[in-house]
Design a protein around this ligand. Structure first.
Ligand code: CO
Length: 420
């Protein structure tokens, strides 16, 4: 549990992908990493340590060994989580008595977990500053809205499985009939800007409920966005604690995994390919040498896994099932939703063995499609041996998820061994 308090603090300070990336950037800067801008020429030195940010919501950090150009050893996780996004015009007055917000779903959340829970608003505002438009992080950081349930008297079937309509059932209440303009005023103030100067926004709902450690022997913890901030933070922690020796160490955190990764800042973009090739050329490597370094490289795609649910153990494969606090999970899927094959499984198992970290294997029941992640999409752009891993958790995509308190340390130890 050494690192859990620090992780819970990070998760609380990272209500959106923008905040997660800003916080990881800060940690990299403090550790002496230097920012490279995609629009500028790059100077990359042997022994140098750098990071590149795209869209303020995705980041790739890399460390070059003293010996210079070398094969790539990559970890990848994601910064985003399912939530609700405010539409461009988000104010909707109801009968002159209420002001509710017009939002749309981002990703596949468990909708019922978002109801009757005070929520806040965070994201980024783009603000007019003279002739320029500048982006500012914003976090209201107060309970400001709530999506109320219907009373059971008007919805008798609510406990028999209810189909939530996001345009009808899931619009949050913000104020009374005279509250028009007040939310943007609050947000602009929180960002230190004039509300009139706000040109555009990317704003999301989030729960301010703090993380909690609970259960016998403090076995479990709960908070929002464990998927995938736990792997993003754990990989970065190990990356910052490692020294690049015989490989270029790369730690990537992509956005938009929850909506299919197909964006300029997602895993299904050129971001990783662009970064690796530009780093290689800046180090004097040829095109052929860069391709060889990819072929000789290895990637760990880290995204959380499903622990057996205590009330539904029948939903999980009988032989390939995983539990919280029982170690890092290697994920398998014959249809390549997960990239793991015998070669990458064996390689990662040996790394965990060296680190003294227990390993578990996950596969879905053959009659259950299961989820997907970013490894196979990233592989279509940068093709190299890859293993899909994660930590076992419950209630994935709930507004409040649950995981095991001992697993984060296992991930960090395994990833330190990977880069060490
Ligand atoms: Co995930």
């Amino acid at each position: 549990m050494d690192h859990l308090e620090a992780f819970l603090n990070f998760a609380e300070q990272s209500p959106t992908a923008f905040h997660a990336i800003a916080n990881l950037k800060e940690a990299l800067r403090e550790a002496g990493f230097q920012e490279l801008k995609e629009r500028d020429p790059w100077i990359v030195d042997e022994g140098g340590r750098y990071y590149v940010v795209r869209n303020d919501s995705a980041l790739i950090a890399f460390a070059v060994p003293r010996g210079g150009f070398a094969p790539f050893r990559i970890a990848a996780a994601h910064s985003d989580s399912p939530t609700f996004k405010l539409k461009p015009h988000f104010e909707d007055t109801v009968e002159g008595a209420y002001l509710r917000l017009n939002v749309e779903k981002y990703g596949g959340m468990i909708m019922s977990t978002w109801l009757d829970r005070p929520l806040s608003v965070a994201g980024r505002l783009v603000i007019r500053e003279g002739e320029k438009a500048v982006s500012r992080l914003v976090n209201l950081d107060r309970d400001a809205v709530l999506i109320p349930n219907m009373p059971i008297h008007f919805n008798r079937q609510v406990n028999d499985g209810y189909s939530w309509n996001p345009q009808v059932d899931l619009l949050p209440l913000y104020g009374e009939g005279d509250a028009a303009g007040k939310l943007m005023k609050e947000l602009a103030e929180a960002a230190g800007a004039d509300p009139e100067a706000v040109l555009a926004h990317d704003l999301f709902l989030y729960s301010r409920q703090p993380g909690s450690i609970w259960g016998a022997e403090d076995a479990f913890f709960s908070c929002g966005r464990i998927d995938d901030l736990e792997c993003a933070w754990g990989c970065m922690k190990a990356f910052l604690g490692s020294e690049a020796r015989d490989a270029i160490a790369v730690c990537a955190v992509f956005d938009n995994e929850e909506v299919g990764s197909l964006s300029k800042q997602g895993a299904d973009s050129t971001f990783l390919y662009d970064t690796l090739t530009r780093a290689g050329f800046a180090l004097g490597a040829s095109d052929g040498e860069i391709r060889a370094a990819m072929a000789d490289g290895f990637m760990v795609s880290a995204d959380n896994a499903h622990a057996v649910h205590p009330n539904h153990p029948e939903k999980y494969d009988r032989q390939n099932r995983v539990y919280m606090n029982k170690g890092v999970v290697i994920k398998h899927n014959a249809n390549q939703k997960y990239t793991t094959d015998a070669i990458s499984d064996a390689a990662f198992t040996l790394i965990c063995e060296k680190a003294g970290v227990p390993v578990q294997h996950f596969a879905n029941r053959s009659d259950t499609p299961g989820g997907s992640t970013l490894g196979n999409l990233s592989n279509a752009h940068v093709s190299l041996n890859t293993v899909d891993i994660g930590l076992a958790q419950l209630a994935m995509h709930s507004a409040c998820e649950t995981a095991g308190t001992r697993d984060l340390d296992y991930l960090i130890r395994a990833m330190e061994a990977f880069w060490g």
